[in-house]
Write a protein that binds this ligand. Structure first.
Ligand code: HPA
Length: 249
């Protein structure tokens, strides 16, 4: 079953034909909210709003472990994460959809593994390619079929938040090789890998990162909401198309 984790601007999936909601308890505490189960064009889908349905949970307080665990327990076999980002690159403006292929993790103090008890064996997952290649390809195919342009590839920098970056921090991210910056991609991707859940992301550029382009002197929040609203419509179309494609997992 396909799981969708929705970020800012995507607290529900309008195209999801809902059958029921499920409150899942996990050994890691409460997920961000009840899971919403249903179908998109006959295909079973489970949806979870990462920041809660009322958008009340900031990135550093999201219980990423409970979220991934709950989705797996509900029968998810793959996870598509939708997350808004700031763009570090001049050619990726607000509204652009990016299917990233790499991650740099700058977060700290988050519970980033399921293997942290003293009785546990030490576990080092392979994370060379943080996103699942087949699921990424399915997203690219779905975008093509639905006529939605997406940018193939990019390095996602995961920052701690909840504050936005300084201009100098964005310059550093660029020197490190990052293309977009967000606050929720980690540890989510790594936890999915620990649970053997293929994971890929659709990043929605909400704004230019601090110090860049029209964010040279500050981030223009007034423009973010309409940009996200329009872009999330496109994300929904890609997801709908993804559900029409044959399952790869
Ligand atoms: N920085 C970090 N996270 C974000 C941004 C940003 O500029 N925009 C949307 N999420």
């Amino acid at each position: 079953m396909l799981a969708i984790i929705g970020g800012s601007g995507l607290t529900q999936l309008a195209n999801l034909d809902i059958s029921h909601r499920e409150v899942v308890r996990t050994p890691y505490g409460e997920p961000s909210g009840p899971l919403t189960l249903g179908r998109i064009c006959e295909r079973p889908v489970v949806f979870l709003a990462r920041h809660g349905y009322g958008h009340t949970i900031p990135p550093h307080r999201v219980n990423y472990r409970a979220n991934l665990w709950a989705l797996k327990q509900a029968g998810a076999t793959m996870v598509v994460s939708v997350a808004s980002v700031g763009s570090i690159r001049a050619d990726l403006g607000p509204g652009v959809l990016v299917i990233p292929d790499q991650i740099i993790d700058y977060t700290w103090g988050r519970k980033s593994t399921f293997h942290d008890t003293e009785e546990d064996q030490v576990v080092h997952i392979d994370f060379t390619e943080p996103y699942d290649a087949a699921l990424r390809q399915s997203l690219l195919n779905a975008a093509k079929e639905s006529g939605e342009e997406v940018h193939d590839g990019g390095v996602y920098a995961a920052t701690q938040g909840p504050r936005l970056e300084t201009a100098a921090e964005v310059n550093r991210l660029e020197r490190d090789g990052a293309d977009v910056v967000g606050m929720t991609g980690m540890p989510e991707a790594a936890l999915a890998r620990e649970l053997d859940l293929p994971y890929a992301a659709i990043n929605v550029v909400a704004n230019f990162a601090a110090g860049r382009a029209d964010s040279a002197h500050g981030i223009q929040f007034s423009e973010i909401e309409p940009t996200l609203r329009h872009a999330m419509g496109r994300v929904r179309r890609v997801i709908t198309q993804l559900c029409y494609l044959p399952e790869t997992h």
